[in-house]
Write a protein that binds this ligand. Sequence first.
Ligand SMILES: Cc1cc2nc3c(=O)[nH]c(=O)nc-3n(C[C@H](O)[C@H](O)[C@H](O)COP(=O)(O)OP(=O)(O)OC[C@H]3O[C@@H](n4cnc5c(N)ncnc54)[C@H](O)[C@@H]3O)c2cc1C
Length: 398
Amino acid sequence: MGVRRWDTVIVGASSAGLYTAYLLASSGQRVAVFEQHPNISPARRTLIITPHLRRVLPFPFDEAILHTTPIMAVAGPTARAEIHLVEADLIVERGALIRLLRDKAQGAGAEIILGHKLVGIEANGHRARLVFRDRKHNRQEVALASAIVGADGVFSDTARFTGIRRPPSVPILQAEIDLPSGWDPKRVQVWFDRSDTRFFYWLIPESERRGVLGLVADSDDDIRALLVRFLRKRNIEPLTFQGARVAMHDPRLRPWGRVGSAPVYLVGDAAGQVKVTTVGGSVTGFVGAQAAAEALIKGIPYAQTIKPLKRELDLHWWVRRLLDRLDNEGYDALIRGLTPRVRRFLETRTRDEMAGALWPVLLTTPSLWRVGPHLLRGWRPGPKPSSRWRDEYEVGSS
Ligand SMILES: Cc1cc2nc3c(=O)[nH]c(=O)nc-3n(C[C@H](O)[C@H](O)[C@H](O)COP(=O)(O)OP(=O)(O)OC[C@H]3O[C@@H](n4cnc5c(N)ncnc54)[C@H](O)[C@@H]3O)c2cc1C
């Protein structure tokens, strides 16, 4: 390939990277996306995504939608509630969405270079010099870029090579299952059980007969045992598993840097653009991609274009801090406190559009004040990060 020059080099051809490439190439930039894998065929992953995505992506993505779910049911040990969403959640197959984004990026003129792993970045005059290992031919290739976008996921090498702090992460594991008999395929179920996880279990139907049942936890060590026990208790047979680590937003993250005079912007999981209440990173990763593209196209700071997303993500971070203090009785009190007004709010606002509106509703709902004492009783000094979590967090610290 020799040395090639680009306006922007994007590292990582998954959802956030390909969407950034589409936006930049559509604006006339010379863009390349480098992906370490030899093809774009990501492992199967069933995602639940808010319908806000229809307002974020500028093109239809119906071919990636498997199913829609208008009912969100939540359960504590003894309390239950159902939220009937005005706009149903979308159940999406990640591979189909990524293939669509690949076609859109290529159609806009972006070049996608597969089988190339980023192994180094250094300054080169006013450009950045990126070194990739061509895995097929086992040789190094160099790219010169006026800007870099790191869309290389939670273990971002772009962040590592440029001294930008990487986000913490948690493991997610979900089993593909046949829906239990009588299960309403329009209903997503969330279970809170503080003795197993500070997060939650879920069941997401992806068709009339199939679905995924999973959990988020703090440690890789026991997540599988917890999931298997949960499935066994309900006589549900796992067909296969989908799992990986997902980034967690932290308000202290600053997902940008510079190599020489070339700006470096992180997007998606690399930037910790994940709502930590639900651990959903798809829509927020696309919004982060839009903010990075806008900054590069208009020549304005990413710190500025990313502000509305940061506001949304920070809100979820504060809510997560409160949820982490709840015990099981606290979750029951929370669910019982969902008055018609709070339900109406949750039915009409998606989980990606809560900033500025959530606190006024929560603070003016007296039934939710009963959760207060549980916040104090359930307090504990936070989860102990696993050594892997600490390594990831510290290696990338600047
Ligand atoms: C099991 C599971 C279930 C989930 N469910 C949901 C859900 O229901 N809803 C939701 O919104 N979110 C969900 N998420 C989170 C969501 O999938 C992620 O937030 C999202 O996929 C992140 O996309 P990304 O483009 O930022 O990064 P990734 O998808 O992680 O892509 C990073 C890309 O960079 C490439 N790369 C890495 N290093 C290099 C390198 N050195 N050189 C070149 N290329 C490199 C990788 O190969 C990969 O292609 C789930 C995650 C998991 C694991």
